[in-house]
Design a protein around this ligand. Structure first.
Ligand code: PLP
Length: 347
């Protein structure tokens, strides 16, 4: 196991704060399979309140949350989910969708910001004259991970949701990092959520909790959502131990996400100076920095290896070196990471 002085591999590597650990230690719990865990129930109520949806369901992972969210709208094997080609649900999770639910994707190629247009979605929903191809749901992602943590503009979200709904097709939003999107754009989470039928968000990413995601949507779908959670092996028991940290994350996490965004921007500015042409700091809208080392003749995997040797964790995503800031990354850590880049480039 590599040990990192500064771990920028993902915002999922965070350790629970003291406040989270205290809340976990004293959490009131019950058997969540029966709906008896008061702390889980509180987290679900709070998630529903914040997103403006009728109900929410706490599940172990973002992948499970998306799988449940999509399947709630899915009407049959061989039907399609429209999604941007590099969306998490269509790439990293695609095998789960196929294996668990027989879901297939009809992908739309977005621009370099991961942006798709209402016109593209309209074209993808055009009725099939042969009546063979059926689209059950449109899946969107905000922020868009593979495109570098980019924010989806509210006008785009509105326009796409409108054409989907005009075609009678529901919309699911992968909002794993919706709070980052909200902080960066100033658009409240419930305003984005109002445009979609279901959404999920993770407390385990930028918000800093150790485990969990919430599927949010209409109350009438939550019985089926709970059934799917159990079907997928997510019938955890005294999960209030984890939900207690989720509640702290939800109250305290969003307030400090701007710091992650500022540090990501500083990191990008530093790398742009050290390795001109590899990253445009203006592309950094939230907590992710994608460095295109190949564009300046440096192998990304080798660079990641050298960063690792220098004590800095980064990952290979979309052909680039990805670094993600989070609650456990300080200004000093940004300085440390930049010193490592400087050293690697000088060698
Ligand atoms: C955009 C997005 N959606 C969903 C997920 C899945 O979350 P999890 O890793 O908790 O399954 C991730 C994970 O990084 C993600 O980045």
């Amino acid at each position: 196991m590599a040990s990192y002085r500064v771990d920028l591999r993902s915002d999922t590597v965070t350790k629970p704060s003291e406040a989270m650990r205290r809340a976990m230690a004293s959490a009131e719990v019950g058997d969540d399979w029966f709906g008896d865990d008061p702390t889980v129930n509180r987290l679900q109520e709070r998630a529903a309140e914040i997103t403006g949806k009728e109900a929410a369901l706490y599940v172990p992972t973002g992948t499970m949350a998306n799988q449940i969210g999509l399947r709630l709208h899915f009407r049959g094997t061989g039907h399609l989910v429209v999604a941007e080609a590099t969306a998490h649900v269509a790439t990293t999770e695609v095998m789960s969708s196929a294996a668990l639910a027989g879901m297939a994707f009809k992908t739309i190629r977005g621009d370099r910001r991961g942006r798709i247009t209402a016109e593209q979605v309209t074209a993808s929903l055009a009725p099939d004259p042969e009546d063979v191809e059926v689209v059950d749901v449109v899946a969107l992602e905000n922020t868009h991970g593979h495109a570098g943590g980019r924010v989806m503009a509210l006008e785009d979200l509105r326009a796409i949701a409108k054409v989907a709904h005009d075609h009678g097709v529901p919309v699911h939003l992968d909002g794993a990092r919706i709070f980052n999107a909200s902080v960066a754009s100033g658009v409240p989470v419930d305003e984005m959520a109002a445009e979609v039928d279901t959404l999920m968000f993770c407390v385990s990413k930028g918000l800093g909790a150790p485990v969990g995601s919430l599927v949010c949507g209409p109350g009438e779908l939550m019985g089926e959502a709970r059934r799917l959670k159990i079907l997928y092996g997510g019938g955890w028991r005294q999960a209030g131990i984890l939900a207690a940290a989720g509640l702290v994350a939800l109250e305290q996490g969003p307030k400090r996400l701007h710091e992650d965004h500022e540090r990501a921007r500083r990191l990008a500015e530093g790398v742009a100076e050290i390795l001109p042409g590899s990253v445009d700091p203006a592309d950094v809208e939230t907590n992710m920095v994608f460095v295109d080392t190949a564009a300046v003749g440096r192998d990304p995997l080798e660079t990641i290896g050298r960063l690792r040797d220098a004590g800095v964790g980064a990952t290979f995503v979309a052909g680039k070196v990805r670094m993600v800031t989070h609650v456990d990354v300080s200004d000093e850590d940004v300085g440390f990471a930049l010193a490592a880049w400087r050293e690697i480039v000088a060698r």
